[in-house]
Ligand binder design. Structure first.
Ligand code: SF4
Length: 684
């Protein structure tokens, strides 16, 4: 059978895949040798994708309550209830909660409907939980949400610093590329992470910093470089007091004390960084998922800007995204805090996008970010919600309260490939969406490479693509002409035209070369990177004066442990599982790596609390509690425990990490702080 080139369903590395169907719902999966992200490599999750494309658990027909319904009836009901809610309570009484699993075309249509036609910006995405602090940090420093680095930079760097990233598990092909570069040219690798993860095993240096001290660490490093005459900021926009702040209290000893690492270890890292102009700092959820995430991002960007480690091959800050299309969602404006095509809600942007869409009701201000959105449901202010391709009843912090909100909302629509998720259980209408291997469109990976996801299987049952479902609702709400799309290529061309529309050259996201692309050329589109290879090489940034901006960042005070909550809970992924396991849970081989959810705890803490390896323990926080199998390991710092995010009510009665974190967010990005929740643990 004919092989189809497509892109992996999972992480933001965005590996190319060659899928060869071997039956109606089976296929052989191989890495695509020609794809620039992976050059033929695949990790365990990608390799086993072929085992996940059966129909187990699929939602195959529209459902109203527990009854099967026709598409017409279900879509009419969704359009009518949203219309009635808007008419009665205003546009901000409705919301969409979407996903980095959507394709760019899906995201574009949903964003356009909410922000240009309904007239609210209440569309947020699970990417809020993943990288919105990086978005806010990029906007503050560069004037636009730009990731300047590429994967090739990893191969040209002499030093790679991984901060808050367990890349060996969470971005395995990037990690393999780093290790290949180390073998080929001796690239140094430093890992900064409170936990000694598998990523540290291949590193030259591991700094087990205290959680939440990254601002102190980066400011200390900048002060070290400054003392050695390695900084320059004439070409930058420098806020008053910036250097005085850096030059006060950021000596090696106080930085080591704040970060709780040995001064000698810190000096080794600082010396290596100072001696290595070609450095890439790659950061992920350990930086972003914090109530000071945006400042942590800007502390990294400050360091690269002021030491000249940007705009050159092998030298850049590199935010790596978790989901397959978090970047594509950012590009169309699929966050409540952005408008469209990397534009914010400045009045001239609202007017420009309104003209382009011929929009009757433009949103004029940001909408509700994820945590606030679900709180607003709880408070009765949001009365109709449409969830697309995500499961907030598991993944949001304080998930028990989110579940209560979903149970109480007057009208809930869920479009998904899975019939019975923890969120869909509460839906008044469920709509069957197309899944990986059936979908057709584009995704953008972490290094700005846009690739096609192509179908190689027929749509099962009555499943339909997300863009089709949204446009059918939009047309039933009265906006027939504005949503007259027949195929994903129609949407792609419109998105490309919008990026170029009255773009004076300041916004770097500009896809005008694709504005008139033909259907055949869209089908055949090879992966390409927008924005070029070495961004900011000319020293100009998309800010009003063309200068990048340094941002004053201050280390927050670290509170001593609370009497009732003496431990600090950190959360994250397992190597072979993804999100809530609706897909990876179908591949038995992937369960072998970690068969059940475990709480990792240091031997000292385990001994003091009478907790034994492989026994059971209950983790409690002020939000909730859940049961875990115990893994006693000195890879944890004393006083800190770690649990995985994947298990749901549908899978087991324990391991419910989402019930535990506080719903506290970063003030700039709205990203929740999943990495340091006060907790307790007891043997069971
Ligand atoms: Fe898929 Fe990410 Fe693995 Fe690549 S690294 S195969 S994109 S899960």
């Amino acid at each position: 059978m004919t092989s189809i080139r497509t892109t992996c369903a999972y992480c933001g590395v965005g590996c190319g895949i060659t899928a060869t169907p071997t039956g109606p719902r089976t296929a052989t999966i191989r890495g695509d040798d020609a794809h620039p992200a992976n050059h033929g490599r695949l990790c365990s999750k990608g390799t086993h994708l072929g085992e996940t494309i059966g129909l187990t658990g699929r939602l195959l027909h529209p459902m109203i309550g527990s009854r099967r319904a026709s598409w017409d009836k279900a879509l009419d009901l969704v359009a009518r209830r949203f219309r009635e809610t808007i008419d009665r309570y205003g546009p901000d009484s409705v919301a969409f909660y979407v996903s980095g699993q959507l394709l760019t075309e899906d995201y574009y249509v949903a964003n356009k409907l909410m922000k240009g036609f309904i007239g609210s910006a209440n569309i947020d995405t699970n990417s809020r939980l993943c990288m919105s602090s990086a978005v806010a940090g990029h906007n503050r420093a560069f004037g636009e949400d730009i990731v300047p680095a590429t994967y090739e930079d990893l191969e040209q760097a002499d030093l790679i610093v991984l901060v808050g990233s367990n890349a060996a598990w969470c971005h395995p092909i990037v990690y393999q590329r780093i290790q290949a570069a180390r073998a080929a040219r001796g690239t140094k690798l430093v890992v900064i992470d409170p936990r000694r993860t598998e990523t540290c095993e291949g590193a030259d240096l591991h700094l087990p910093v205290k959680p939440g001290t990254d601002v102190a660490l980066m400011n200390g490093l900048l002060a070290w470089c400054d003392r050695q005459g390695l900084t320059a900021s004439d070409h930058l926009d420098v806020p008053e007091g910036f250097w005085a702040h850096i030059r006060t209290g950021h000596d090696l000893w106080s930085t080591a004390r704040t970060c709780d690492v040995a001064p000698a270890l810190l000096e080794q890292f600082f010396t290596l960084f100072a001696q290595t102009p070609r450095t890439v700092t790659l950061f992920s959820q350990g930086i972003n998922q914090s109530i000071r995430g945006t400042d942590q991002v800007n502390a990294i960007l400050n360091l690269h800007l002021a030491t000249g480690r940007i705009g050159k091959q092998g030298a850049a800050p590199f935010s790596i995204t978790g989901q397959p299309n978090a970047m594509g969602g950012r590009e169309v404006g699929g966050l409540a805090s952005t408008l469209a095509a990397h534009m914010d809600f400045a009045p001239d942007n609202v007017a420009r996008v309104g003209r382009f869409w011929a929009a009757p009701h433009m949103a004029t201000r940001p909408g509700l970010k994820a945590v606030d959105l679900f709180r607003s449901i709880d408070e009765g202010r949001v009365k109709a919600l449409w969830i697309m391709a995500t499961n907030p009843a598991v993944s949001l912090p304080d998930a028990g309260r989110v579940r209560d909100a979903l149970a109480s909302i007057p009208f809930l629509v869920v479009s998904d490939i899975i019939a019975d998720t923890d969120s869909a259980t509460h839906a008044h209408v469920r709509l069957p969406a197309a899944g990986w291997g059936e979908k057709d469109g584009t995704v953008t990976n972490s290094d700005r490479t846009i690739s096609r996801q192509r179908p190689f299987m027929a749509l099962p049952g009555e499943a339909r693509p997300d863009w089709w479902i949204v446009k059918e609702v939009a047309r039933r709400m009265g906006w027939r002409n504005a949503f007259a799309y027949d195929r994903p290529a129609d949407i792609w061309r419109e998105h490309a035209r919008l990026t170029a529309y009255q773009n004076d050259g300041r916004r770097l996201l500009d896809l005008r070369a694709h504005a008139t692309i033909g259907n055949d050329a869209y089908d055949a589109m090879a992966p390409f990177r927008w924005g070029g290879e070495t961004l900011f090489a000319d020293g100009r940034y998309p800010t009003p004066d063309g200068k990048a901006r340094l941002v004053v960042t201050r280390q927050m005070d670290m509170q001593p442990p609370l009497r009732d909550w003496p431990m600090t809970l950190n959360t994250g992924r397992y190597r072979d599982q993804w999100h809530t396991m609706t897909r990876t849970g179908l591949a038995p081989k992937l369960a072998r790596h970690r068969e059940e959810p475990m709480v990792d705890i240091h031997p000292q803490d385990a001994a003091a609390l009478g907790i034994v390896d492989k026994g059971l323990a209950r983790v409690r926080t002020a939000q909730g509690d859940s049961l875990f199998r115990v893994c006693v390991s000195d890879s944890q710092r004393p006083g800190e425990i770690f649990t995985p995010i994947h298990w749901t009510d549908q899978i087991s009665s324990g391991g419910r990490t989402g019930l535990l974190p506080r719903p506290l967010v970063d003030p700039h990005s709205g990203q929740p702080g999943f990495k340091s929740t006060p907790a307790s643990i007891e043997p069971v």
